[in-house]
Design a protein around this ligand. Structure first.
Ligand code: DX5
Ligand code: ZN
Length: 218
């Protein structure tokens, strides 16, 4: 069974709670919150204050994807604001093992994201410490980009590593995932599906959610 994580990057920020309620009511399990600092990626989004405001009215799992430099400086603020999962980028962490321990010491789940050009090899020695690995299927920074096909092989490679080690680590995919390509990533081993534009830009969110789940049932 997959879990769906709509990315609020494609929501209407002026009507954020209203939009988030739509995906919560449609049965989506996670809320994927894209935090960008204008340095690690060429875009700026939101900070802990918005997460805190949403937390009061939303019961979904808050999945905070930090696309920022020096994530260690901000992890606690996002946990205090209500994050359930913190994802840091491998490329942004000099002491990745330490950062993972920092996240876990705050009582939330820890995840590491890999840019398309970053190899699985870079997390081989810390994967047993993780709750989830995020395979970026676009270069981070913007919603609505095209899925990078070669990432299917990377997901398979990661799944193999996790299975060989006998671990229970979720595989999340993020970027360019639509109802018509979700089967490929699920077959490769992904079980948590981020979708921004495909969900928030759709005319009928409950129908789109249903399409995702039917097509992911492979
Ligand atoms: C990209 C973000 C994604 C993005 C996905 O940097 O991490 O979460 O919102 O958007 P879509 O699904 O439209 O590619
Ligand atoms: Zn994301």
């Amino acid at each position: 069974m997959i879990k769906l994580a709509p990315s609020i990057l494609s929501a209407d920020f002026a009507r954020l709670l209203e939009d988030v309620k739509k995906v919560e009511n449609a049965g989506c399990e996670y809320l994927h919150i894209d935090v960008m600092d204008g340095h690690f990626v060429p875009n700026i989004t939101l900070g802990p204050a918005i997460v805190k405001s949403l937390r009061k009215d939303v019961n979904m799992v808050f999945d905070v994807h930090l696309m920022i430099e020096n994530p260690d400086m901000y992890i606690k603020s996002f946990v205090d604001a209500g994050a359930d999962i913190i994802t840091v980028h491998q490329e942004a962490c000099i002491h990745l093992h330490r950062t993972i321990q920092n996240i876990k010491s705050l009582g939330v789940k820890a995840a590491v994201a890999l840019n398309p050009a970053t190899s699985i090899e870079t997390i081989k020695h810390v994967v047993d410490e993780l709750d989830m690995v995020l395979v970026m299927t676009v270069n981070p920074g913007f919603g609505g980009q095209k899925f990078i096909q070669s990432m299917v092989y990377k997901i398979k490679e990661l799944k193999k590593l996790i299975d060989e080690k006998g671990l229970n680590v979720d595989i999340q995919v993020d970027g360019g995932i639509k109802p018509d390509n979700v089967d490929k990533v699920v077959k490769a081993g992904a079980n948590i599906i981020v979708a921004g534009s495909a969900i928030f830009n759709s005319e009928n969110i409950p129908d789109t959610v249903k399409n995702f789940r039917e097509n992911a049932n492979v």
